[in-house]
Each structure stands twice: as C-alpha cells, then as structure tokens.
Design a protein around this ligand. Structure first.
Ligand code: THU
Length: 133
C-alpha cells in the first residue's frame, strides 16, 4: 500500500468511529513489515474510561492476527490540528515497534510525520524491568 493509500485508509475509518460523547472521530491505519494493513477507529463507552482509541484498536487487531512488527501508522481526525496519538497509545505502540513512523493527519489531509521515539522520548520499555521476576 502506498503512503497516500494508507492515509486514505485512516480517513475512511472516521466513518466507523463510535464517539457519541466526544463527537471526536479518529481513524487509524497501521502497516506491518509484510505490508499487511490493519485499520481501527475509536470506540467510546458511557463509562468513559473503557474508551478505546483508534490506534490501539488497529494495533490490537494486528497483534491478535499475529502481526507485531509495525512500520508506520496513519492517524486521522476531523480537526484543523494534526491528530496526534495520546500518551497511552504512544506507550502501547512503543512496546512493539519503537522505530515505527507516526503519520498524523489534519482535516485537509496534510501530514505531520514523526518517529514514535520523538513523540515519546524516554518511553518506558522492558529494559527497566528486572531480568528475573
Ligand atoms: N482518541 C483516539 O482515538 N486516539 C488518540 O490518540 C486520541 C484520542 C479518541 C478517544 C476519544 O474517543 C476521542 O478521541 C476524544 O478523546
């Protein structure tokens, strides 16, 4: 899939978002090293905290299908600002692919692309954990 196709896949997921509380739809398209793409949208909940972000939705779909080797993710919103992943999603993605690229889109389709490590400097990974536990 080309970069433009990946971005379009993220944008198309905006229509799938379930966001009756925030009215802030988010779409994501996650590309794996073998070229497989998994999409996701945000899914909100009346309990608020169970809300699932689009990025973790896409990543969960990928992981559950055996793909953890993420190369890049496109994230789309319907706002003027670039739709950046929240801190939880940055940390979630770091676990699997610290070197991946994050492509943040605004409503005009313009992009802000950054390495995940720049979006989450000093992220917590398993090197901080004791070797035996
Ligand atoms: N949201 C995402 O889907 N991804 C992010 O990284 C930022 C926030 C969603 C969660 C919630 O449904 C809505 O955007 C407003 O926070």
């Amino acid at each position: 899939m080309t970069r433009e196709e990946l971005k379009a896949a993220a944008v198309s997921m905006l229509d799938m978002a379930y966001c009756p509380y925030s009215h802030f739809p988010v779409g994501a398209a996650l590309e794996c090293s073998d070229g497989t793409v998994y999409t996701g949208c945000n899914i909100e909940n009346a309990g608020y905290s169970p809300t699932l972000c689009a990025e973790r939705n896409a990543a969960g779909k990928a992981i559950s299908e055996g793909h953890k080797d993420f190369v890049r993710i496109a994230v789309a919103g319907r706002c003027d600002d670039f739709c950046v992943p929240c801190g939880v999603c940055r940390q979630f993605l770091l676990e699997f692919a610290p070197d991946m690229e994050v492509i943040c889109l605004n409503s005009k389709g313009e992009e802000l692309a950054l390495p995940l490590k720049e979006l989450l400097p000093y992220g917590f990974d398993n090197t901080y954990l004791p070797k035996e536990n």
